[in-house]
Unconditional design. Structure first.
Length: 154
């Protein structure tokens, strides 16, 4: 199935799902219409991509409309049924949500690669407090907190 990445990076978006010999690499690149797409055959990977509604969809699908009343407000309305990242306190995010955020928002290729996480944190966030002895989800949570503190999320 063809999947579209709605985040259009200059060199496309590379995503690795799995580890070792079972790792599957996907590279979303522009098609003739300029949409960044990739053929995904594994049904679990398709489900994983499509579960990240902020960044992946079936090509040509209309993005979900934004709540007009909340357009200029970064806080979610109370009682919101939306399952987006912003509605849940950061300390309640699952490891899978943290990994997905690192891949889709930070452009990390492998959210379990501590070397890549430390390099990104140092270069992009000027954050030198990450240690490779930390668990990857803890590292990602720290990176998100730093990005929030620096006002990098609008």
């Amino acid at each position: 199935m063809l999947i579209q990445c709605t985040i259009e990076r200059v060199n496309g978006t590379s995503v690795t799902i799995g580890k070792g010999k079972s790792a599957r690499n996907y590279h979303f690149t522009p098609d003739k219409d300029g949409m960044h797409v990739c053929e995904v055959k594994d049904k679990n990977d398709i489900a994983r991509f499509l579960s990240i509604k902020e960044s992946y969809c079936i090509p040509g699908a209309e993005p979900e409309p934004e709540d007009e009343d909340n357009e200029n407000n970064n806080e979610s309305p109370e009682g919101s049924d939306d399952d987006g990242f912003d509605e849940k306190p950061l300390d309640k995010w699952t490891d899978a949500e943290l990994s997905a955020h690192a891949v889709t928002t930070f452009g990390i290729n492998d959210a379990d690669d501590k070397d890549e996480l430390v390099e990104f944190a140092c270069e992009m966030l000027n954050l030198d407090s990450l240690k490779k002895t930390m668990k990857a989800p803890t590292m990602i949570r720290t990176m998100i907190e730093s990005a929030n503190d620096q006002g990098l999320y609008q």
